[in-house]
Every structure is written in C-alpha cells, then in structure tokens.
Write a protein that binds this ligand. Structure first.
Ligand SMILES: Cc1ncc(COP(=O)(O)O)c(C=O)c1O
Length: 449
C-alpha cells in the first residue's frame, strides 16, 4: 500500500484535529506569540509534492503551499539534494563580507528571467519584507527623493518601512505608532467592486486621473516622489489582478517624472502565473522588482533586482548578515531549474484547466461573487448576496474550514476571498479533487442560508 505521502489525494485517518495535533496546539498556545493567525488546526509533520501529512498521519492536498512558497512542492528530491549537498559543504558565509560562487551564479540566473535589455543587479535578503525595505531604501537613495505611493489593499510586509506601505487590514498597523512619513495610498483597480462600473480590462482610469490631477497637484509634486509600489496581482488583498493598461500607464507616469516603479512580485512571482513574473503579462519593465516566497521552495531567501543604472549605491550603504546564505541559494538554483524546465508551463496549463472549470461558479453558486487571478494564483470572492455584493467573511471561513475537514488546504485572502495557490506541480487529478471539494463545501454553506 502506498504511504500517505505517496498518494496524490488526501486520506484522513482521525477526526481533526487528531490527538497528537491537539497536544501540539495546546503547547503552542502556551509558548507562541498570540499575534500569529492560524487558519485552522493543521499540525504539519511531513510533505511531499502537493501532499502534507500531519502528526496524526492524516494527509492533505496542499493548495496553500505555505503561502505560495513551496513552488516546487514539498521536499522536491532535487531541492533536498541541493540543500543537503550545500549544507555538508558550507552553511554560512556572509555575502556582505565575503564572496561565494552561488551569489553571482544565482543573481545571473535570476536576472536572465527578467525581461528587458537593461543590465540589472541583485541584492539578496531573507524575507519578502526585507526585499521591500531594501527597495524603498534604494528608490530613495537613487532618486534623492523620499515620498512613496502605494495602494489600498496592498500588502508589502510587516517591518516598519514596509508596514508603512501595507494597507491591507488595520489590525496589521494598529498599535504600532507612527510609521514612515511621506507615504500616501490610492485606490487599487478592483474590477469586481469598481465604483465606476469598469471591467477587468479598464478599471483604474479614475485612479490614474486622481494620481496626476489631484495628488501631483495638491499633495506631492511628482519630483518629490521616490517610488510607486504595486503588486501586479494583490495577494493578501484578495488575489486581485491589476489590468495590463493600468500597469502600462503607471510605468508611463513613472518614466515621465523620474519616479521608480517598484513591482512587488513576492507572492505572484517565480512562474506562478505561467510567466516568470506577473508583470510580464502587461509587458512593462519596472525599475525595481521584489522577489521572495517561491524562489527557494521554502528556504528563507528574497531578492530585489534593479536596473544597473538605479543600483549605484556606495559600499556600506546596504548589507545583511544572512541574505543569500549558501544553503538557501543552492535551494534557489535547484528551484529555478525546476520552474524553468516545466513547472512554469504546468502552472499556465493547470491554471487554464482550473479557470475553465470554475469560471462559471458565480452562475452556479449564489455565494460566489467573483472568480479571478492568473495561472495558479486563484481567488474566489464570497458574498452573501450577488446583487448587493455584501462581503461574507463568515461564509468564506466556513468554506475553508469545511475544505480542511475534507482534506484540502486553502487560505483566506482579503476580507472575504479564498485563495488557491498550490505548488506548481499539481496535475489534473489533484485539480479535480480541489474543485470537487470546494464545490461540495460551497453547496453545504449555501444550504445553511
Ligand atoms: C506581495 C507581498 N509582499 C511582501 C510580503 C512580505 O513577505 P514576508 O512575509 O516574507 O516578509 C508578502 C507576504 O505575504 C507579500 O505577499
């Protein structure tokens, strides 16, 4: 009989949470920071491919991938081999002080994935927020300006600089006092709730007008603005794609005024949308790109990549102890090879497959308001009423919890959306299981209304 990890779909052997899981959860409540938001009672022990096994031997199909991190699935043999080999050779040397062959190799490989003729340079860090912090500093340094513009609904991290940009949930900012000055937010083009009735292709026209006709004239002169930062598909905000024209226009405005366009690809990048970077769907070339999550299959690594003409800061102006750690870099090299040699194409193919199956959910389920995204970045917005579009966080939470109890791991996103962000290696059998399971859960939730 195959082990629970060898099967492709879940197998539950205890009620959830099982006895071992309950013990871990009790210990966790005693010692861990209460700020962590646990979605449900998954206590993971092992993982392989798109399957996670818990401490009681239950296996789950993982359509969350550690918040879109395990791009090549759990413990891909090539990634494990690269990590083990590197760990036996050299675990750490600080890239700030010394050289290591992985750093330029990985930087070159990463740069080759970004479109455009401009030469580019890379700074490696450890987390998404650190990439954003670095991007803010670089934009300020390069432009000698300090103002920053971000979008409502955006999530760029939780350290004080990136948190100044983040405008996702007020609990993430509340209680932490003054953040960076000189940061303003403008509406993100959210087509499903567009106040002007635009479509997913045209939403955002008024925001661009607001930026140029109001903000630039009344608040910040454009020559004071260091950067505009945007997620091409808002991640934590609800998996909301920005229209291509909107990104193109932002680029035009930035170019015209010497403002850095920073694109945060922390969640949407590394092949998840069927291209290396989600911004490629709009054909733009940002000045600075922030990268993390999927780049190293779960090892902590991030990067920001900038045009060479932008990354001209002086020795000592920015550094890090761990960033680009050899073991993380080895994992990233193996990850990028796997993404390139098939998983990115699989993400495109499986994304098309899933969207073709769930695109009509708003017609089939009265609690589904919208289905959106690209590739394997799939958002489903849950509403109480399709006409009023009343947000239904409670129904969304019920669907996610029911799915867990049927062996499917998903995550919430935004106020009332479900996100599916599986590893890029899933196949049709696994997609079918996820679709069938969510359909059952949606039906069950509708029956309670
Ligand atoms: C778009 C985006 N930027 C930045 C971050 C912050 O990344 P980290 O949690 O690794 O600091 C996240 C995390 O979810 C993200 O989705």
């Amino acid at each position: 009989m195959p082990t629970t990890l060898e099967v492709k779909t879940p197998r539950l052997v205890t009620a959830l949470p099982g006895p071992m899981a309950q013990q871990v959860i009790a210990a966790d409540a005693k010692f861990m920071s209460p700020s962590l938001t646990r979605e449900y009672a998954l206590v993971a022990k092992k993982g392989h491919g798109a399957i996670v096994e818990d401490v009681d031997g239950n296996s789950f199909l993982d359509f969350a991938a550690g918040i879109a991190v395990c791009s090549t699935g759990h413990c891909h043999p090539k990634v494990v081999e690269a990590i083990q080999k590197q760990a036996a050779e050299l675990i750490h040397i600080s890239g700030t002080d010394f050289y290591h062959h992985h750093l330029p190799q990985l930087a070159e490989k990463l740069v080759a994935t970004l479109p455009g003729k401009d030469a580019k340079k890379v700074f490696f860090g450890n987390s998404g927020t650190e990439a954003v912090e670095g991007a803010i500093k670089l934009a300020r340094y390069a432009t000698k300006r300090d103002k920053l513009i971000a979008f409502y609904g955006c999530f760029h991290g939780r350290t004080l600089g990136s948190l100044s940009l983040t405008a996702s949930k007020n609990t993430q900012r509340k209680g932490f006092g003054a953040l960076l000055g000189g940061v303003e937010h403008i509406p993100f083009p959210y087509a499903y709730r567009c106040p002007h009735g635009h479509t997913a292709e045209t939403c955002g026209t008024e925001t661009l007008e607001l930026l140029e006709q109001q903000m630039f004239k009344r608040l910040f002169a454009p020559e004071e603005i260091a950067a505009i930062i945007i997620e091409p598909i808002q991640g934590e905000g609800g998996f909301i794609p920005a229209p291509a024209f909107f990104l193109q226009e932002l680029q035009r405005i930035c170019n015209r005024h010497g403002i850095m366009l920073i694109v945060d690809e922390v969640q949407s990048g590394v092949g998840r949308t069927g291209k290396w970077w989600a911004y490629e769907h709009a054909g733009i070339e940002p000045d600075i790109v922030c990268i993390a999550k999927g780049i190293a299959s779960g090892m902590p690594l991030s990067a920001f990549v900038a045009k060479e003409s932008v990354m001209t800061w002086k020795k000592g102006s920015h550094g890090t102890t761990y960033g680009g750690n050899p073991v993380c870099a080895a994992s990233a090299m193996a990850t990028l090879d796997l993404i390139e040699s098939g998983y990115m194409e699989n993400a495109r193919k499986m994304g098309d497959y899933i969207f073709a199956r769930i695109g009509d959910w708003p017609k089939r389920f009265k609690v589904v308001g919208d289905v959106r995204g690209k590739g394997l970045m799939i958002g489903i917005e849950i509403v109480r009423d399709q006409k009023t579009k009343e947000k239904a966080a409670d129904l969304r939470d019920a669907v996610i919890s029911k799915a867990f109890h049927k062996g499917l791991l998903t995550l919430s996103s935004g106020e009332n959306s479900i996100r599916m962000s599986p590893p890029l290696l899933i196949d049709e059998e696994q997609a079918d299981f996820a679709i069938r399971t969510l359909e059952e859960c949606l039906r069950e939730v509708e029956n309670t209304l």
